[in-house]
Design a protein around this ligand. Structure first.
Ligand code: ADP
Length: 495
Protein backbone atom coordinates (compact mmCIF):
# COMPACT_ATOMS: atom_id res chain seq x y z
CA UNK A 1 0.00 0.00 0.00
CA UNK A 2 1.32 3.46 -0.88
CA UNK A 3 -1.09 5.71 0.94
CA UNK A 4 -1.77 9.38 0.93
CA UNK A 5 -0.48 10.76 4.24
CA UNK A 6 -1.20 14.20 5.65
CA UNK A 7 0.85 15.48 8.57
CA UNK A 8 -0.55 18.33 10.64
CA UNK A 9 2.39 19.88 12.47
CA UNK A 10 3.70 23.00 14.14
CA UNK A 11 7.24 22.88 12.66
CA UNK A 12 9.00 21.90 9.44
CA UNK A 13 12.79 22.24 9.29
CA UNK A 14 14.62 24.24 8.27
CA UNK A 15 11.82 26.72 7.44
CA UNK A 16 10.14 26.77 10.87
CA UNK A 17 12.19 25.06 13.52
CA UNK A 18 12.43 25.32 17.30
CA UNK A 19 14.02 21.90 17.87
CA UNK A 20 13.97 18.28 16.77
CA UNK A 21 10.25 18.18 15.90
CA UNK A 22 10.90 20.28 12.80
CA UNK A 23 13.72 17.95 11.70
CA UNK A 24 11.50 14.92 12.20
CA UNK A 25 8.57 16.21 10.12
CA UNK A 26 10.97 17.10 7.31
CA UNK A 27 12.96 13.84 7.44
CA UNK A 28 9.98 11.52 7.83
CA UNK A 29 7.87 13.10 5.10
CA UNK A 30 10.82 13.17 2.71
CA UNK A 31 11.45 9.46 3.25
CA UNK A 32 7.75 8.62 2.96
CA UNK A 33 7.66 10.43 -0.36
CA UNK A 34 10.72 8.46 -1.50
CA UNK A 35 8.86 5.25 -0.62
CA UNK A 36 6.12 6.24 -3.05
CA UNK A 37 3.58 7.74 -0.66
CA UNK A 38 1.78 10.96 -1.44
CA UNK A 39 2.74 13.29 1.41
CA UNK A 40 1.45 16.70 2.44
CA UNK A 41 2.20 18.77 5.52
CA UNK A 42 -0.18 21.35 6.96
CA UNK A 43 1.51 24.18 8.88
CA UNK A 44 0.45 27.54 10.32
CA UNK A 45 1.59 30.49 8.20
CA UNK A 46 3.80 32.06 10.91
CA UNK A 47 4.88 35.61 10.25
CA UNK A 48 8.50 34.49 10.78
CA UNK A 49 8.37 32.26 7.69
CA UNK A 50 10.66 33.47 4.93
CA UNK A 51 8.22 33.08 2.03
CA UNK A 52 11.03 33.32 -0.52
CA UNK A 53 12.21 29.90 0.72
CA UNK A 54 8.96 28.26 -0.42
CA UNK A 55 8.88 27.24 -4.08
CA UNK A 56 5.74 27.84 -6.14
CA UNK A 57 3.98 29.52 -3.22
CA UNK A 58 0.46 30.45 -4.24
CA UNK A 59 -3.00 30.86 -2.77
CA UNK A 60 -4.84 27.58 -3.09
CA UNK A 61 -8.16 28.50 -1.60
CA UNK A 62 -9.91 31.42 0.03
CA UNK A 63 -13.01 29.51 0.98
CA UNK A 64 -12.03 28.02 4.32
CA UNK A 65 -13.61 29.34 7.48
CA UNK A 66 -12.43 28.72 10.99
CA UNK A 67 -14.04 29.29 14.33
CA UNK A 68 -13.34 30.89 17.67
CA UNK A 69 -15.66 32.32 20.33
CA UNK A 70 -18.72 31.61 18.17
CA UNK A 71 -17.32 33.74 15.39
CA UNK A 72 -16.26 32.63 11.96
CA UNK A 73 -13.01 33.83 10.46
CA UNK A 74 -11.70 33.61 7.01
CA UNK A 75 -8.55 31.56 6.35
CA UNK A 76 -6.26 31.84 3.37
CA UNK A 77 -4.84 28.49 2.30
CA UNK A 78 -1.42 28.71 0.69
CA UNK A 79 0.34 25.92 -1.08
CA UNK A 80 4.01 25.50 -1.98
CA UNK A 81 6.97 23.15 -2.01
CA UNK A 82 9.91 22.82 0.33
CA UNK A 83 12.58 20.32 -0.61
CA UNK A 84 10.03 18.67 -2.91
CA UNK A 85 7.43 18.23 -0.14
CA UNK A 86 4.01 19.74 -0.67
CA UNK A 87 3.20 22.15 2.17
CA UNK A 88 -0.17 23.69 2.94
CA UNK A 89 0.03 26.88 5.00
CA UNK A 90 -3.03 28.15 6.85
CA UNK A 91 -3.17 31.88 7.36
CA UNK A 92 -6.14 32.68 9.55
CA UNK A 93 -7.51 36.20 9.58
CA UNK A 94 -8.82 36.18 13.14
CA UNK A 95 -8.66 39.16 15.43
CA UNK A 96 -5.78 38.09 17.66
CA UNK A 97 -3.36 37.43 14.81
CA UNK A 98 -2.38 34.10 16.35
CA UNK A 99 0.57 33.45 14.09
CA UNK A 100 1.88 37.00 13.85
CA UNK A 101 3.71 36.96 17.15
CA UNK A 102 7.26 36.49 15.91
CA UNK A 103 7.69 33.04 17.44
CA UNK A 104 6.56 29.44 17.13
CA UNK A 105 5.90 28.75 20.83
CA UNK A 106 6.12 30.67 24.07
CA UNK A 107 3.19 33.05 23.51
CA UNK A 108 0.73 33.58 26.35
CA UNK A 109 -2.08 32.15 24.24
CA UNK A 110 -0.36 29.08 22.76
CA UNK A 111 -3.35 26.93 23.71
CA UNK A 112 -5.76 29.13 21.77
CA UNK A 113 -3.36 29.46 18.84
CA UNK A 114 -2.90 25.74 18.30
CA UNK A 115 -6.49 24.77 19.06
CA UNK A 116 -7.48 27.28 16.42
CA UNK A 117 -4.94 25.90 13.94
CA UNK A 118 -5.93 22.25 14.51
CA UNK A 119 -9.61 23.00 13.96
CA UNK A 120 -8.86 25.11 10.88
CA UNK A 121 -6.71 22.28 9.45
CA UNK A 122 -9.56 19.79 9.79
CA UNK A 123 -12.01 22.35 8.42
CA UNK A 124 -9.77 22.81 5.39
CA UNK A 125 -9.64 19.04 4.72
CA UNK A 126 -13.40 18.77 5.13
CA UNK A 127 -14.27 21.81 2.99
CA UNK A 128 -11.96 20.62 0.22
CA UNK A 129 -13.21 17.03 0.63
CA UNK A 130 -9.64 15.78 0.86
CA UNK A 131 -9.68 12.24 2.23
CA UNK A 132 -6.14 11.01 2.91
CA UNK A 133 -5.60 7.38 3.87
CA UNK A 134 -3.67 8.48 6.95
CA UNK A 135 -3.75 11.55 9.15
CA UNK A 136 -0.61 11.98 11.24
CA UNK A 137 -0.50 14.52 14.07
CA UNK A 138 2.38 15.52 16.33
CA UNK A 139 2.51 16.50 20.02
CA UNK A 140 -0.14 18.52 21.86
CA UNK A 141 -0.26 21.46 19.39
CA UNK A 142 -2.02 19.27 16.79
CA UNK A 143 -3.25 16.40 19.00
CA UNK A 144 -6.81 17.74 18.96
CA UNK A 145 -7.29 17.34 15.20
CA UNK A 146 -8.45 13.70 15.70
CA UNK A 147 -10.88 14.88 18.39
CA UNK A 148 -12.38 17.51 16.07
CA UNK A 149 -12.62 14.97 13.27
CA UNK A 150 -14.47 12.36 15.30
CA UNK A 151 -16.67 14.63 17.39
CA UNK A 152 -17.50 17.43 14.95
CA UNK A 153 -17.05 16.17 11.39
CA UNK A 154 -17.75 12.42 11.50
CA UNK A 155 -21.42 13.01 12.36
CA UNK A 156 -21.59 14.97 9.10
CA UNK A 157 -20.10 12.13 7.08
CA UNK A 158 -16.50 13.33 6.89
CA UNK A 159 -13.87 11.16 8.50
CA UNK A 160 -10.35 9.73 8.17
CA UNK A 161 -10.18 6.18 9.48
CA UNK A 162 -6.44 5.88 10.06
CA UNK A 163 -4.92 8.29 12.56
CA UNK A 164 -1.46 8.29 14.12
CA UNK A 165 -0.22 10.54 16.90
CA UNK A 166 3.52 10.87 17.48
CA UNK A 167 4.54 12.02 20.95
CA UNK A 168 7.86 13.80 20.60
CA UNK A 169 7.93 14.88 24.24
CA UNK A 170 5.39 13.88 26.87
CA UNK A 171 6.28 16.73 29.23
CA UNK A 172 4.34 19.21 27.14
CA UNK A 173 0.67 18.25 27.23
CA UNK A 174 -1.38 21.37 26.50
CA UNK A 175 -3.25 21.63 29.81
CA UNK A 176 -6.07 24.14 29.64
CA UNK A 177 -9.45 25.21 30.94
CA UNK A 178 -12.60 23.54 29.59
CA UNK A 179 -13.59 26.94 28.20
CA UNK A 180 -10.70 26.80 25.74
CA UNK A 181 -12.34 23.80 24.10
CA UNK A 182 -15.76 25.41 24.32
CA UNK A 183 -14.42 28.48 22.51
CA UNK A 184 -13.41 26.34 19.59
CA UNK A 185 -16.72 24.49 19.30
CA UNK A 186 -16.58 21.52 21.68
CA UNK A 187 -18.29 21.75 25.08
CA UNK A 188 -15.26 21.53 27.38
CA UNK A 189 -17.23 20.72 30.54
CA UNK A 190 -18.79 17.64 28.93
CA UNK A 191 -15.33 16.35 28.05
CA UNK A 192 -13.76 16.92 31.47
CA UNK A 193 -14.24 13.36 32.70
CA UNK A 194 -11.64 10.76 33.55
CA UNK A 195 -12.66 8.65 30.55
CA UNK A 196 -12.41 11.63 28.24
CA UNK A 197 -10.09 14.62 28.40
CA UNK A 198 -9.72 15.39 32.10
CA UNK A 199 -6.08 15.98 32.99
CA UNK A 200 -4.79 13.02 35.05
CA UNK A 201 -3.12 15.21 37.68
CA UNK A 202 -5.11 18.48 37.64
CA UNK A 203 -8.76 17.36 37.64
CA UNK A 204 -10.15 20.82 36.89
CA UNK A 205 -8.25 20.96 33.62
CA UNK A 206 -8.52 19.50 30.14
CA UNK A 207 -5.47 17.79 28.62
CA UNK A 208 -5.02 18.19 24.87
CA UNK A 209 -2.33 15.53 24.42
CA UNK A 210 -4.75 13.06 26.03
CA UNK A 211 -7.19 13.88 23.22
CA UNK A 212 -4.61 12.67 20.72
CA UNK A 213 -3.96 9.49 22.70
CA UNK A 214 -7.67 8.65 23.00
CA UNK A 215 -8.74 9.52 19.48
CA UNK A 216 -5.79 8.06 17.48
CA UNK A 217 -5.38 4.51 16.24
CA UNK A 218 -1.62 4.44 16.78
CA UNK A 219 0.35 6.34 19.41
CA UNK A 220 4.03 6.37 18.58
CA UNK A 221 6.87 7.83 20.54
CA UNK A 222 10.28 8.54 19.17
CA UNK A 223 12.39 5.73 20.59
CA UNK A 224 11.74 2.25 22.01
CA UNK A 225 13.31 3.07 25.38
CA UNK A 226 11.26 6.26 25.77
CA UNK A 227 8.09 4.25 24.97
CA UNK A 228 8.83 2.18 28.09
CA UNK A 229 10.00 5.13 30.18
CA UNK A 230 6.85 7.22 29.67
CA UNK A 231 4.77 4.51 31.27
CA UNK A 232 6.61 5.15 34.54
CA UNK A 233 5.94 7.86 37.10
CA UNK A 234 9.48 9.22 36.74
CA UNK A 235 9.14 9.99 33.02
CA UNK A 236 5.40 10.09 32.34
CA UNK A 237 4.65 13.61 33.66
CA UNK A 238 1.30 12.35 34.93
CA UNK A 239 0.37 10.71 31.62
CA UNK A 240 1.67 7.27 32.62
CA UNK A 241 -1.71 5.93 33.74
CA UNK A 242 -3.42 7.03 30.51
CA UNK A 243 -0.61 5.56 28.41
CA UNK A 244 -0.73 2.30 30.35
CA UNK A 245 -4.43 1.99 29.50
CA UNK A 246 -3.61 2.46 25.83
CA UNK A 247 -0.41 0.44 25.69
CA UNK A 248 -1.93 -1.93 23.11
CA UNK A 249 -1.50 0.88 20.56
CA UNK A 250 1.69 2.46 21.93
CA UNK A 251 4.90 1.95 19.94
CA UNK A 252 8.47 3.29 20.01
CA UNK A 253 10.14 4.06 16.68
CA UNK A 254 13.59 5.63 16.75
CA UNK A 255 13.77 8.83 14.72
CA UNK A 256 16.26 9.11 11.90
CA UNK A 257 18.05 12.11 10.45
CA UNK A 258 17.73 13.48 6.93
CA UNK A 259 21.03 12.28 5.50
CA UNK A 260 20.85 14.58 2.53
CA UNK A 261 20.48 17.68 4.70
CA UNK A 262 22.88 16.56 7.42
CA UNK A 263 25.64 15.68 5.00
CA UNK A 264 29.18 17.00 5.51
CA UNK A 265 29.87 16.18 1.86
CA UNK A 266 27.33 18.73 0.60
CA UNK A 267 26.53 20.89 3.63
CA UNK A 268 26.38 24.45 2.31
CA UNK A 269 27.12 25.94 5.74
CA UNK A 270 30.53 24.31 6.16
CA UNK A 271 33.90 25.93 5.59
CA UNK A 272 35.06 22.70 3.95
CA UNK A 273 33.14 19.62 2.87
CA UNK A 274 34.26 16.06 3.55
CA UNK A 275 32.94 12.57 2.90
CA UNK A 276 31.58 10.97 6.07
CA UNK A 277 33.00 7.56 5.44
CA UNK A 278 35.61 5.65 7.47
CA UNK A 279 37.38 4.69 4.23
CA UNK A 280 38.24 8.39 3.83
CA UNK A 281 39.26 8.80 7.45
CA UNK A 282 42.21 11.11 6.66
CA UNK A 283 39.98 13.33 4.57
CA UNK A 284 37.46 13.45 7.43
CA UNK A 285 40.15 14.58 9.88
CA UNK A 286 41.42 17.16 7.42
CA UNK A 287 37.87 18.42 6.72
CA UNK A 288 37.14 18.73 10.42
CA UNK A 289 40.40 20.61 10.92
CA UNK A 290 39.49 23.12 8.16
CA UNK A 291 36.07 23.66 9.72
CA UNK A 292 37.65 24.15 13.10
CA UNK A 293 39.92 26.82 11.62
CA UNK A 294 36.89 28.56 10.09
CA UNK A 295 34.87 28.45 13.32
CA UNK A 296 37.84 29.52 15.45
CA UNK A 297 38.49 32.53 13.26
CA UNK A 298 34.83 33.45 13.16
CA UNK A 299 34.34 33.21 16.93
CA UNK A 300 37.78 34.28 18.13
CA UNK A 301 38.17 30.88 19.75
CA UNK A 302 41.21 28.65 20.29
CA UNK A 303 40.95 24.90 20.54
CA UNK A 304 42.95 23.13 23.24
CA UNK A 305 42.79 19.39 23.94
CA UNK A 306 39.50 17.76 22.90
CA UNK A 307 36.87 20.21 21.69
CA UNK A 308 33.52 19.53 23.34
CA UNK A 309 30.29 21.06 22.15
CA UNK A 310 26.63 21.14 23.11
CA UNK A 311 23.93 22.38 20.72
CA UNK A 312 20.63 22.53 22.49
CA UNK A 313 17.56 24.30 23.74
CA UNK A 314 18.26 25.41 27.30
CA UNK A 315 15.57 23.75 29.41
CA UNK A 316 15.62 21.64 32.57
CA UNK A 317 15.15 18.58 30.33
CA UNK A 318 18.59 19.08 28.81
CA UNK A 319 20.42 19.05 32.17
CA UNK A 320 21.64 22.68 32.22
CA UNK A 321 23.32 22.27 35.62
CA UNK A 322 25.27 19.32 34.26
CA UNK A 323 26.23 21.26 31.14
CA UNK A 324 27.52 24.16 33.25
CA UNK A 325 29.42 21.75 35.47
CA UNK A 326 30.89 19.95 32.45
CA UNK A 327 32.13 23.17 30.86
CA UNK A 328 34.20 23.95 33.96
CA UNK A 329 35.36 20.35 34.30
CA UNK A 330 36.50 20.21 30.67
CA UNK A 331 38.42 23.47 31.09
CA UNK A 332 40.07 22.13 34.26
CA UNK A 333 41.20 19.03 32.34
CA UNK A 334 42.78 21.18 29.60
CA UNK A 335 40.01 20.81 27.01
CA UNK A 336 37.88 23.37 25.20
CA UNK A 337 34.12 23.91 24.82
CA UNK A 338 31.67 25.58 22.45
CA UNK A 339 28.09 25.88 23.67
CA UNK A 340 25.28 26.96 21.34
CA UNK A 341 21.96 27.22 23.15
CA UNK A 342 18.59 28.83 22.67
CA UNK A 343 16.33 29.59 25.59
CA UNK A 344 12.94 30.94 26.61
CA UNK A 345 13.88 30.64 30.28
CA UNK A 346 15.47 33.88 31.55
CA UNK A 347 16.68 32.27 34.80
CA UNK A 348 18.57 29.47 33.06
CA UNK A 349 19.82 31.86 30.42
CA UNK A 350 21.26 34.07 33.18
CA UNK A 351 23.27 31.15 34.56
CA UNK A 352 24.88 30.61 31.17
CA UNK A 353 25.51 34.34 30.81
CA UNK A 354 27.21 34.41 34.20
CA UNK A 355 29.52 31.58 33.15
CA UNK A 356 30.19 33.32 29.85
CA UNK A 357 31.06 36.47 31.72
CA UNK A 358 33.32 34.65 34.17
CA UNK A 359 35.35 33.19 31.31
CA UNK A 360 35.19 36.18 28.97
CA UNK A 361 38.99 36.31 28.68
CA UNK A 362 39.42 32.59 28.17
CA UNK A 363 39.79 31.80 24.44
CA UNK A 364 39.09 28.07 24.98
CA UNK A 365 35.44 28.48 25.77
CA UNK A 366 32.70 30.03 23.69
CA UNK A 367 29.09 30.41 24.77
CA UNK A 368 26.53 31.65 22.27
CA UNK A 369 22.92 32.09 23.35
CA UNK A 370 20.85 32.10 20.21
CA UNK A 371 19.35 29.81 17.59
CA UNK A 372 21.83 29.70 14.73
CA UNK A 373 21.37 27.01 12.09
CA UNK A 374 24.56 27.76 10.13
CA UNK A 375 26.77 27.85 13.21
CA UNK A 376 25.26 24.59 14.48
CA UNK A 377 26.41 22.81 11.29
CA UNK A 378 29.86 24.35 11.55
CA UNK A 379 30.20 23.24 15.18
CA UNK A 380 29.05 19.68 14.41
CA UNK A 381 31.81 19.57 11.79
CA UNK A 382 34.54 21.08 14.02
CA UNK A 383 34.07 19.48 17.41
CA UNK A 384 35.64 16.25 18.65
CA UNK A 385 32.71 15.34 20.87
CA UNK A 386 29.17 16.39 21.71
CA UNK A 387 27.85 16.42 25.27
CA UNK A 388 24.15 15.60 25.88
CA UNK A 389 23.55 15.13 29.62
CA UNK A 390 19.73 15.08 29.38
CA UNK A 391 17.53 14.37 32.39
CA UNK A 392 15.25 12.67 29.89
CA UNK A 393 15.56 12.48 26.10
CA UNK A 394 12.69 11.14 23.95
CA UNK A 395 15.04 10.54 21.01
CA UNK A 396 17.62 13.28 20.65
CA UNK A 397 19.02 14.14 17.26
CA UNK A 398 22.27 15.90 18.05
CA UNK A 399 24.03 12.63 18.93
CA UNK A 400 23.04 11.23 15.52
CA UNK A 401 23.96 14.38 13.64
CA UNK A 402 27.22 14.51 15.59
CA UNK A 403 28.11 10.95 14.57
CA UNK A 404 27.32 11.76 10.93
CA UNK A 405 29.92 14.54 11.19
CA UNK A 406 32.52 12.30 12.91
CA UNK A 407 31.85 13.77 16.37
CA UNK A 408 31.73 11.44 19.38
CA UNK A 409 28.71 11.57 21.71
CA UNK A 410 29.04 11.69 25.49
CA UNK A 411 25.56 11.39 26.94
CA UNK A 412 23.25 10.26 29.70
CA UNK A 413 21.90 6.74 29.14
CA UNK A 414 18.22 7.54 28.71
CA UNK A 415 15.52 7.40 26.00
CA UNK A 416 16.78 7.60 22.44
CA UNK A 417 20.34 8.35 23.59
CA UNK A 418 20.42 4.89 25.06
CA UNK A 419 18.99 3.42 21.82
CA UNK A 420 21.49 5.13 19.52
CA UNK A 421 24.83 5.15 21.39
CA UNK A 422 26.89 2.18 22.58
CA UNK A 423 29.42 2.87 25.31
CA UNK A 424 33.08 2.13 24.48
CA UNK A 425 33.22 -0.27 27.43
CA UNK A 426 29.99 -2.10 26.66
CA UNK A 427 31.17 -5.70 26.34
CA UNK A 428 27.76 -6.80 25.06
CA UNK A 429 28.36 -5.18 21.66
CA UNK A 430 31.23 -5.82 19.23
CA UNK A 431 34.14 -3.36 19.41
CA UNK A 432 33.34 -1.75 16.05
CA UNK A 433 29.82 -0.88 17.21
CA UNK A 434 30.93 1.06 20.28
CA UNK A 435 30.35 4.71 19.58
CA UNK A 436 30.59 6.92 22.64
CA UNK A 437 30.47 7.51 26.37
CA UNK A 438 27.33 6.92 28.44
CA UNK A 439 26.58 7.55 32.11
CA UNK A 440 23.56 6.31 34.02
CA UNK A 441 22.60 8.81 36.69
CA UNK A 442 22.30 12.56 36.52
CA UNK A 443 25.01 13.14 39.12
CA UNK A 444 28.12 15.23 38.61
CA UNK A 445 30.20 12.25 39.81
CA UNK A 446 28.94 10.02 36.99
CA UNK A 447 29.31 12.81 34.47
CA UNK A 448 32.88 13.47 35.66
CA UNK A 449 33.77 9.85 35.30
CA UNK A 450 32.47 9.81 31.69
CA UNK A 451 34.49 12.98 30.97
CA UNK A 452 37.59 11.33 32.48
CA UNK A 453 37.11 8.27 30.28
CA UNK A 454 36.77 10.51 27.24
CA UNK A 455 39.99 12.39 28.01
CA UNK A 456 41.83 9.06 28.47
CA UNK A 457 40.56 7.76 25.14
CA UNK A 458 41.36 11.03 23.37
CA UNK A 459 44.94 10.76 24.66
CA UNK A 460 45.33 7.47 22.79
CA UNK A 461 45.32 8.35 19.05
CA UNK A 462 44.63 4.76 17.98
CA UNK A 463 41.59 4.38 20.19
CA UNK A 464 40.26 7.81 19.29
CA UNK A 465 40.60 7.26 15.55
CA UNK A 466 38.89 3.87 15.88
CA UNK A 467 36.00 5.57 17.67
CA UNK A 468 35.67 8.12 14.86
CA UNK A 469 35.64 5.31 12.29
CA UNK A 470 32.96 3.52 14.31
CA UNK A 471 30.62 6.52 14.44
CA UNK A 472 31.11 7.16 10.71
CA UNK A 473 29.79 3.68 9.91
CA UNK A 474 26.48 4.35 11.72
CA UNK A 475 23.51 4.85 9.47
CA UNK A 476 20.68 6.81 11.05
CA UNK A 477 18.75 7.21 7.82
CA UNK A 478 14.97 7.62 8.00
CA UNK A 479 14.53 4.53 5.90
CA UNK A 480 14.08 2.01 8.75
CA UNK A 481 11.88 4.29 10.80
CA UNK A 482 9.65 5.25 7.85
CA UNK A 483 9.19 1.55 7.06
CA UNK A 484 8.07 0.94 10.63
CA UNK A 485 5.56 3.80 10.43
CA UNK A 486 4.26 2.32 7.20
CA UNK A 487 3.72 -1.05 8.89
CA UNK A 488 1.72 0.64 11.64
CA UNK A 489 -0.44 2.54 9.14
CA UNK A 490 -1.10 -0.76 7.34
CA UNK A 491 -2.07 -2.51 10.56
CA UNK A 492 -4.90 -0.02 11.07
CA UNK A 493 -6.03 -0.30 7.46
CA UNK A 494 -6.03 -4.10 7.71
CA UNK A 495 -8.36 -3.87 10.72
P1 ADP B 1 14.85 18.86 21.03
O1 ADP B 1 13.91 18.44 19.95
O2 ADP B 1 14.47 18.37 22.38
O3 ADP B 1 15.13 20.31 21.00
P2 ADP B 1 16.80 17.26 19.55
O4 ADP B 1 18.18 16.83 19.86
O5 ADP B 1 15.83 16.19 19.19
O6 ADP B 1 16.27 18.15 20.76
O7 ADP B 1 16.83 18.26 18.29
C1 ADP B 1 17.40 19.50 18.38
C2 ADP B 1 17.56 20.07 16.98
O8 ADP B 1 17.62 21.50 17.10
C3 ADP B 1 18.86 19.66 16.33
O9 ADP B 1 18.73 19.71 14.92
C4 ADP B 1 19.84 20.76 16.80
O10 ADP B 1 20.93 20.91 15.92
C5 ADP B 1 18.93 21.96 16.76
N1 ADP B 1 19.28 23.03 17.72
C6 ADP B 1 19.07 23.05 19.05
N2 ADP B 1 19.48 24.23 19.58
C7 ADP B 1 19.96 24.95 18.55
C8 ADP B 1 20.54 26.26 18.45
N3 ADP B 1 20.69 27.04 19.51
N4 ADP B 1 20.90 26.69 17.22
C9 ADP B 1 20.76 25.90 16.12
N5 ADP B 1 20.22 24.66 16.17
C10 ADP B 1 19.83 24.19 17.36
Amino acid sequence: MYPHVIHIASEFAPLVKAGGLGDVIHGLSKEQQKMGMKVEVILPMYDSIDRSQVEKLHVRSEIVWSFEHNKEFHTTVWSGLIDGISIIFLEPHEEKKHFNQGRIYGCKNDIERFLYFSRAAVEYLHTSDIRPDVLHVHDWPTATAPLFLKELYKPHGYHIENITLTIHNVEHQGRCQPKHLTNIGIRGDDFRTEKLLQDPTHPTLINLLKAGILYSDNVVTVSPTYAKEIMTKEYGFGMESVLAKHKHKLYGILNGIELNYWNPEKDKFLFANYTPNPTYYRQVRHGKQLNLEGVSKQLGFTKRGPLFCTISRITEQKGPKLILHAIEQVLKHGGSFIFLGSSHDPKLEREFLELKNRYRNNPHIYIMLEFNEALSHQIFASADCILIPSIYEPCGLTQMIGMRYGTIPIARKTGGLSDSINDINDASVPLHERTGFLFNNTTTQELDSAIDRLFDTYADPNQWSQLIKNVLTKNFSWHHSAKKYKTLYEKVTAK
